[in-house]
Design a protein. Structure first.
Length: 233
């Protein structure tokens, strides 16, 4: 009986430990970035509602630029945009994200990526869609409408998404969101990883439109640079 109980205890540890690790990751607190705020002319930002409820403010994340290179350091999860950056009709919004030190300031992988279809940003009625990559080979497609919604659940792995060699190592992702007719695709490093129907996105509780402002989104406690953010037809 004693041996049976010991075996059960070992099995329980194997089953429970991953769940505990997941729970710890999900409850990681957003930090406050020293010298935070937005120093790039013309740009705006908004943090997630849950971050606001936790007492965070936009100035606890940081957007800066050196030449044409944007640097984002979070803090609370945030989207940044320039209201002059708009995409309508059929388009592709693309940028390259480089995390110089993977997981250097967090305890589990965090995503960053492209925002499209931004409408009423920074208001209680905002809506937008984003495709974001993790440095562990996963990606997510989600949005706000204004409540959060998910297009591929809690995310999924794809061989096209680059993986960092290890903690503190660099990883780069080229992310592009395209709208063409009734389809929306997310491509990472040149490979389409997800395709979605327009009707599944422009709907009650999701997007007002796929026309709108484009920008970038970063999860909490993450740092990376962004280059080549642009729209093409």
């Amino acid at each position: 009986m004693r041996h049976a109980l010991q075996s059960l205890a070992v099995l329980s540890a194997v089953v429970v430990l991953p769940a505990v690790a997941l729970a710890q990751g999900e409850t990681e607190m957003s930090r406050k970035v020293a010298g935070g705020g937005i120093s790039v002319p013309g740009w705006s930002g908004v943090i997630d509602a849950k971050e606001t409820s936790a007492g965070q403010v936009l100035a606890n994340s940081k957007l800066s630029a050196q030449g044409k290179v944007l640097t984002v350091t979070t803090g609370p999860a945030v989207i940044y945009w320039n209201p002059a950056n708009k995409a309508t009709g059929n388009y592709t919004v693309k940028a390259t994200f480089t995390e110089a030190k993977y997981m250097d300031i967090n305890d589990h992988p965090h995503p960053y990526g492209i925002v499209v279809g931004g409408n009423d940003l920074g208001t209680p009625n905002q809506s937008y869609l984003y495709c974001a990559a993790y440095g562990n080979g996963n990606f997510i497609v989600r949005g706000m409408g204004p409540a959060p919604f998910q297009m591929n659940g809690r995310g999924e792995a794809n061989a096209a998404v680059n993986k960092a060699a290890g903690k503190g190592q660099p990883v780069t992702q080229e992310i592009a969101v395209s709208v063409k007719g009734d389809k929306v695709t997310c491509a990472i490093n040149g490979t389409v990883v997800g395709t979605y129907d327009r009707a599944a996105l422009v709907a009650a509780g999701k997007l007002k439109s796929l026309d709108g402002v484009f920008g970038i989104r970063f999860a909490h406690n993450t740092e990376a640079t962004v280059t080549g953010l642009a729209v093409t037809k």
